[in-house]
Structure formats: C-alpha cells, structure tokens
Ligand binder design. Structure first.
Ligand code: NAD
Length: 259
C-alpha cells in the first residue's frame, strides 16, 4: 500500500533505538524526510546513517535531551515545520510511590507529558495552515491497565492522554490527526533492562524471566520495533485521516478485555 506521505517531513523524537527508531525507519521507507534525535551524539549519528542505508533516504539527526527546553529548541531548529511529529522519550523508573518526591514527579511529567505538549504547541499551527498534520504519541499499555511498579508512567502518561483527547477534536477539521500508540511488551533495551531488574528481584536468570513473560503473552512472544513502526507509519498516512483521538493498543493480545 502506498501510504501517500512521500516528500512529507517528520520529526521523530528519542529514536536512536527501540520504538522511536522503528517509527523513523518505517517513515523513511515511505519517502518521508525524517529528523531524529537522541541524547548521545555518536549513537544518534550512527542510527541516522543506518536508517539512511536501510531506506535509501537521508536522515537528519540532532543530539539533545528532548525533555529540556534547549533540546526542544535544537530539534525545532533542525526541523521547524514537520508534517509528522512522533513524540517519544525514555520512560520513568519503576519504584514505590512513597519514595518519589516532587522532583521525581516533575521529571516524569516533563518527559512523558509536558515535552509532547510543548512540541505539539510549537508545530501544530503550521500543520493547520498546510491542512495536513499527523501527531503520534508513544505512550504505554500502562494507560489502559496500570503496571504496579510504574506508577510514574501510569500517572504522567494518563495526563497526556486526557489532554490529547480534548485537543484532537479541536483540530480534526483542519486535517490534523493526533493519536496515541500504547505498546505492550516490545523487544527493546528498555524491556531488557526491566527484565534484568525483575530477574534480580526474583533471584532467577534473566532468560527465565524473559521466557516466562513471552509465554504469558497470547502471541507467545514480544513485539518488534518494526511492527510498531508500521502501525505508526499507517497512522501518519493519508489513509488514516479519519482516525483521531484514539488510543491504539499494540500488545499481542495481552490486555484481556473484550474491547
Ligand atoms: P529504548 O530504551 O529501547 O529506546 C529509547 C530511545 O529514546 C533511545 O534512542 C534513547 O537514546 C532515547 N531517549 C531516551 N531519553 C531521551 C531523552 N530525554 N531525549 C532524547 N532521547 C532520549 O526504549 P523503548 O523500549 O523504545 O521505549 C520508548 C518509550 O516507550 C519509553 O517511554 C518506554 O517507557 C515506552 N514503552 C516501552 C515499552 C516496551 O516494551 N519497549 C512498553 C511500554 C512503554
């Protein structure tokens, strides 16, 4: 299927690896001019070169922390008027809420709620003027079913979800869609580091914990960044203009609800 977005521009945040990189690669494959960012220069530069080599498209890169005002200014200088914005950042750490002070909460809110809102604020009016815009926020299955040790994620991402539900309806007439993709368990470094923590807590080999987690999923496996990227690219396509304000769970069937 031709997604109809060749020649469009995209800013994909936090994309040197994992889910963000899956999105950047899928968009570049469709002929989108992609700019990626991540914190470490060597890593983000190498990721851009690898995506470029795999897709035959030049991928621009910015080394910055997207959760800071300076980081956002740097990516917006490199890609001021994207047609497509994919919001992503590292997830907050696990823990018990009794250990989290105000600063810990502010960091989680900055990364997983306020940074996406700031980037939307900086780019949405251009999308409205051009009568085409696609915004995808990478959130988490934790928004649909809370994960007990990830209270910071449950809270901060739900705040973003509530805000997006309102905003999406305000810009739908202008050709701009805003959707959230909710990943379940995807085979990325983030998932692997969570497995290591769980293995330590259970005093078991990490391979046993990973195998058990895969077996507990109806699909019997973890998802892949390329599967995630393909859904993101479809939501950014011309065909998805009537899908907005949605929370799309992609979890191999892990959430046990009928709807
Ligand atoms: P990952 O660790 O594999 O990759 C994260 C990417 O973000 C890397 O490129 C990293 O350099 C970049 N990054 C992190 N913080 C950044 C910052 N402040 N500024 C710029 N770049 C930054 O992680 P992932 O698994 O791809 O996860 C992406 C998001 O999805 C996270 O918020 C994570 O919590 C969430 N999530 C992941 C899963 C999963 O199973 N992998 C499930 C639910 C939610």
């Amino acid at each position: 299927m031709d997604l109809g977005i060749a020649g469009r521009t995209a800013l994909v945040c936090a994309a040197s690896k994992g889910l963000g990189r899956g999105c950047a690669e899928a968009l570049a494959r469709e002929g989108v001019a992609v700019t990626i960012c991540a914190r470490t220069e060597a890593t983000v530069r190498q990721a851009a070169a690898e995506i470029g080599a795999a897709t035959g498209r030049e991928v621009r890169w910015v080394a910055c922390d997207i959760t800071t005002p300076q980081g956002r200014a740097a990516v917006l200088a490199a890609c001021p008027q994207p047609d497509i914005l994919v919001n992503n950042a590292g997830g907050p750490p696990p823990g018990d809420f009794r250990e989290w002070d105000r600063d810990t909460w502010i960091r989680a809110l900055d990364a997983n709620m306020l940074t996406p809102i700031e980037l939307i604020k900086a780019t949405i009016d251009g999308m409205i003027e051009r009568k085409f815009g696609r915004i995808v926020n990478i959130t988490s299955s934790a928004v649909k079913a809370p994960i007990d040790v990830l209270g910071l994620s449950n809270g901060a991402r739900s705040g973003l979800t509530g805000f997006i539900a309102g905003l999406a309806r305000k810009v739908a007439r202008q050709g701009v869609t805003i959707n959230n993709i909710l990943p379940g368990s995807f085979d990325t470094d983030r998932l692997r580091s969570n497995m290591v923590l769980r293995a330590k807590a259970a005093d078991k080999p990490v391979e046993d914990i990973a195998r058990a987690a895969q077996q507990a999923n109806p699909s019997g496996r973890f998802g892949t960044p390329s599967e995630f990227g393909a859904l993101c690219a479809y939501l950014c396509s011309t065909h998805a203009g009537y899908i907005t304000g949605q929370n799309l769970l992609i979890d191999g069937g892990a959430f046990p609800g009928t709807f």
